[in-house]
Write a protein that binds this ligand. Structure first.
Ligand SMILES: [Zn+2]
Ligand SMILES: [Zn+2]
Length: 451
């Protein structure tokens, strides 16, 4: 965000320098033009191949205070340029930007590098992305005394200015919104949204869009760059909980608010041929960004069964009969409800138990298919009923089968809610996944312990 309070003189200077005319000192274009007349085509100059790949540094940076009143500890400097980006000094109007203007948290620098690298891979003919100011070496005031009109924010290493790609592919900021390549700029913006931006400001004449509340329009000075601010915490942190019987990693994603008073766990798939819930979990990731609940997501507890397209895990055991509650031996491997040779004989079930013992979630939601019903048992009804209403599913009071995860949770943590959502069979439209994700988030945030 650029400094809002400006003298009239400064405004005139900025408008003149920014948009009204083309400064005489613009360097020659970084593109070669081939063809003639209206068929004129720009061909990008070869990328500087000799540039080393930036080394990734984990610095455990700290973003202290607020973007407009804060500082940066153990910041990391963005390299002056790379295969996928150049840096731009907005005061001297040239590349590269000064080293002391290129500091951010390690996460911001990594995010910028990851976004521009993936973007360059998708658009090999696009110009490199122009990156402007981040924060100063130790953050703090980045106002007009550091040149130009200065920044109101950019103080704690979470802000970065990103110039829109130009249609003429020149590697410098656009001078007017007409020079912006909208499609590329929108794609770049979308990538920052997906990478954990908490806020992005764009200019009013750019026509760029994004999720409401996350992408906003600022009237002044953002017609040549978008201002990207990362969330204070990462969008999601992923942990490998262990490996399936056939060695596939089982991950949990932690999203939402770590300091949230409620803790919730959502498991997208336990029966390998009932995995529509994975789509719900995916929808929960961006939704949870500003939720007040500490949300843990296991998209797939049974990756082997999922890969094989079977209900059981990779050893023919029904994981949802393998939990240590009312467990009874019966049948043999690959029977539909084979409970395994003994309780918790399977790694996947042990992983779930360990996670639940550690988290002690207030509410747990397990997705299955294909009955299109919310299964309610015991005291979990208080959490499950609102879910059914929000998701538009009927609910039915059904006891849990022996060895089922919810039955074990009810015995082990009698005050916490745990219930099963049976999604419908077959194709599961995105709108339905979104509806279920919203229901899961509401119930996670509201559910209180019943004792
Ligand atoms: Zn900015
Ligand atoms: Zn099932």
């Amino acid at each position: 965000m650029r400094r809002a309070a400006l003298s009239a003189a400064a405004v005139v200077v900025v408008l003149a320098a920014g948009f009204s005319f083309r400064p005489a000192h613009e360097p020659p274009p970084a593109t070669r033009f081939v063809g003639e007349g209206h068929k004129l085509q720009a061909r990008p100059l070869p990328r500087p191949k000799q540039l080393p790949r930036p080394r990734l540094v984990r610095a455990r940076s700290l973003a202290l205070g607020l973007p407009w009143h804060g500082r940066l500890v153990r910041g990391v400097r963005l390299p002056r340029e790379g295969r996928a980006f150049f840096t731009w000094n907005p005061v001297r109007k040239r590349s590269p930007n000064a080293g002391w203007r290129r500091y951010g948290t390690d996460r911001l620098v990594h995010t910028v590098l990851a976004v521009v690298t993936a973007y360059a891979r998708s658009h090999p003919r696009a110009p490199r992305v122009g990156i402007g100011d981040l924060s100063r070496t130790h953050g703090g005031d980045f106002g007009p005394r550091f040149g130009g009109i200065g920044h109101v924010s950019h103080q704690n290493g979470l802000d970065v200015d990103v110039y829109y790609p130009r249609r003429d592919r020149r590697e410098r900021p656009p001078l007017s919104p007409h020079q912006i390549d909208r499609a590329l700029a929108q794609d770049l913006l979308d990538r920052f949204v997906r990478s954990g931006a908490a806020q992005i400001f764009v200019g009013p004449h750019t026509g760029l869009r994004g999720p409401r509340g996350l992408v906003g329009v600022l009237p002044a000075y953002h017609d040549n760059h978008m201002h990207v601010r990362l969330a204070r915490r990462p969008l999601a942190r992923s942990y490998v909980l262990g490996r399936s019987q056939r060695g596939r990693p089982i991950r949990v994603l932690r999203v939402g608010d770590r300091a949230g008073r409620r803790k919730a766990l959502v498991v997208g798939c336990i029966h390998g041929n009932e995995c529509a819930g994975v789509a719900v979990v995916r929808r929960l990731v961006p939704l949870a960004r500003r939720a007040s609940v500490d949300l843990w997501l296991v998209a797939d507890l049974n990756p082997d069964g999922h890969a094989l397209g079977v209900r059981q895990n990779g050893r023919g055991v029904d994981l949802n009969r393998n939990f240590p509650v009312n467990w009874r031996a019966r049948g043999r491997r690959w029977d539909p409800e084979y409970p395994g040779p003994k309780p918790l004989s399977e790694r996947e079930a042990r992983i779930a138990v360990r996670l639940i013992e550690r988290l002690r979630p207030d509410v747990t939601i397990w997705y299955h298919q294909p009955q299109a019903v919310v299964r309610i048992s015991g005291h979990s009804a208080a959490a499950a009923r609102p879910y059914a209403r929000l998701a538009g599913l009927p609910f039915r009071a059904l006891g849990s089968p022996p060895g089922a995860a919810t039955a074990w949770q009810h015995r082990r943590f009698p005050c916490a809610a745990a219930f099963v959502v049976e999604l419908p069979a077959g194709r599961f439209p995105a709108a339905a996944a979104a509806r279920h994700a919203r229901a899961a988030l509401r119930v996670s945030a509201l559910a209180s312990r019943s004792c």
